[in-house]
Ligand binder design. Sequence first.
Ligand SMILES: *[C@@H]1O[C@H](CO)[C@@H](O)[C@H](O)[C@H]1NC(C)=O
Ligand SMILES: *[C@@H]1O[C@H](CO)[C@@H](O)[C@H](O)[C@H]1NC(C)=O
Ligand SMILES: *[C@@H]1O[C@H](CO)[C@@H](O)[C@H](O)[C@H]1NC(C)=O
Ligand SMILES: *[C@@H]1O[C@H](CO)[C@@H](O)[C@H](O)[C@H]1NC(C)=O
Ligand SMILES: *[C@@H]1O[C@H](CO)[C@@H](O)[C@H](O)[C@H]1NC(C)=O
Length: 676
Amino acid sequence: MCEQSMASWLVIYLKLEMAQLVASLYILWEGCSERLHLDCNYPASSELPYGRWVVSICSAHCDTTRAMCFCGEGTKYPNRPVAEACGFQVKLPSEDGGPKVTDWAKADFNNIFTKNGSMPGWCNVDPADAYSSKVHFKEDCDCKYDGLWGRFCEVPVLCTCINQCSGHGYCRGGFCQCENGWYGADCSIPSIVSSVGDWPRWLRPAQIDVPTNKNLTGTFVSLKASLRRKRPLIYVYDLPPEYNSLLLEGRHFKLECVNRIYDDRNATLWTDQLYGSQMALYESILASPHRTLNGEEADFFFVPVLDSCIITRADDAPHLSMKDHMGLRSSLTLDFYKKAYNHIVSQYPFWTRSSGRDHIWSFSWDEGACYAPKEIWNSMMLVHWGNSNSKHNHSTTAYWADNWDRISSDRRGDHPCFDPDKDLVLPAWKIPDANAVTLKLWARPYERRKKLFFFNGNLGPAYANGRPEDTYSMGIRQKLAEEFGSSPNKEGKLGRQHAKDVIVTPLRSDNYHEDLASSVFCGVLPGDGWSGRMEDSILQGCIPVVIQDGIYLPYENVLNYKSFAVRIREDEIPDMIKILRGFNKTEVTFKLANVQKIWQRFLYRDSILLEAERQRNALGRVDDWASAFLQFSEDDVFATFLQVLHYKLHHDPWRQQVDHQNKEFGLPRECLMKTT
Ligand SMILES: *[C@@H]1O[C@H](CO)[C@@H](O)[C@H](O)[C@H]1NC(C)=O
Ligand SMILES: *[C@@H]1O[C@H](CO)[C@@H](O)[C@H](O)[C@H]1NC(C)=O
Ligand SMILES: *[C@@H]1O[C@H](CO)[C@@H](O)[C@H](O)[C@H]1NC(C)=O
Ligand SMILES: *[C@@H]1O[C@H](CO)[C@@H](O)[C@H](O)[C@H]1NC(C)=O
Ligand SMILES: *[C@@H]1O[C@H](CO)[C@@H](O)[C@H](O)[C@H]1NC(C)=O
């Protein structure tokens, strides 16, 4: 029977996979007999008994499986965090309004371990007593770690894990502990002991089109069935956990590098973390029907190294070894990708076949892939910062620890940050805003957009609370503000060409999205690298005005930007109003209409809906955001990404040169022979 053969073929297919994996599984198994030992503190000295400062610095109990600090045995609440300043003596400010100073050499045992309710305790404080002000507690102590909620971390909540362990594992602070029968970073890969019926949708090897013929239930047999898998097929490396799961697990701030956390009802709380896109995309690929476990049939290879985590966590704990990098997170990150490269080159056969050209890496930080190690530059880079370096050929961040100019060329090579012939700029993560979506801000017509131009953001040193560096935003925002500033700067001055319907302000109103939606044109200018303004503009239906020379925006190398955006050269800034007023109504409404056609390409809807499905399955919950986003069906970020890959599959010139193994796929031979 064909059905039978199909099932046994699947088993064979899986066994082949298993053979490849048994070796590494075995190592993992062995590894489980060892506990990780990750210290909280740097080595002690006589002046610094807890070592020099690091986020994980701990005077109480260090959980060395994840370098995190807790109250520990002997206290009433042993699992309550003692994060950072909590465990150390804090000196009150010497003058009014001055900063509190923590003495990292002096533990504060008297307070955190006290049982005397008149003293500001922490580890023995009963939440009910504290809420009703019956006892004191130390205000510097809080609940930063994931998986805990409430002022006293008294409520256990779900942690954020990759795809929430696909329903086949326990999420331990970010690390998936898979149930028997499942493995992989998100427990999505079945082993031979799991039943085919439980397989995730993406793994079911293909859509089988069987002709509808009710008589087929009989003995059989002329079956004109066909088996189709959707190209492109993407193989996702299951890297050692140090590149993803362990980074998630040891987060000292629950919001770091994720796009969601969970509240005290275990309801999803979407975050405003612009870097959350990296996790969103990774999860979508893992759960996609375009994923394959068979590297031989794969068109692309995704290497899930999470720079959003390594960078936000650079100072978190001694084992992340910032000290070897002159304090530069850029250098640390380069090394991290280099190690992952060494790993896949030594453990898998796939890299050398194409010199890595069919491999995909993601760099979500401010300057994207500027500091990719030279070894991986052939690959496709997914970034938010498309600097082709044609004009801005140095590091453009004003944040010194991310600067990459000092990284030597024997590590970085001399590649640009972005190559439009092979790389792709993807949108940054924006919090799913059910309200904006319900109000249909993206569809606001021309007549209701009363302002000509809008830009809100940090405008640099001339303004109160402005970033002090002249190099911030490569000086571009500063130039815009000099001409069109609509709020007084420190000297009380407005921009030279200030106009009533042109808003350039550092002050954010409570109605930021509404402000964008009531403007025809919206500014897209850099910050320290990218700034998420393109996303704000498009999602609110505003025509983006891009001012950053030689630096590509999301999809700019694949979409026709002229049809929905305006680009103004940096040296044309003084002419901006003239240029914008120069577009006639036909042109403006044409662009607005096109913005409305592509706005969903800036939504991570696939990621949002995966979460909606998980919440529905786990808790029977359908939140407002879930209903709001379920109504859309146009191509989103993930669909666009797949379309780009599909295009590359058929157009990348190198593919014609590389001698490909037979990538045929379809029904097993037995089935084909029976087909007449
Ligand atoms: C509790 O602490 C307060 C303030 O430090 C002190 O006056 C009091 O004597 C302490 N009570 C006990 C029982 O130690
Ligand atoms: C939320 O999830 C955590 C971890 O699984 C669990 O301990 C807690 O009881 C859950 N809370 C609710 C309200 O379901
Ligand atoms: C199904 O089988 C019955 C009896 O053998 C036959 O009369 C009928 O036409 C068949 N239907 C189809 C759709 O082939
Ligand atoms: C970098 O750009 C500057 C001007 O922007 C130019 O003078 C210089 O030659 C460029 N350097 C390289 C290596 O392209
Ligand atoms: C608007 O501008 C376009 C392009 O410059 C031009 O072709 C068109 O005729 C103009 N339409 C009107 C109504 O002026």
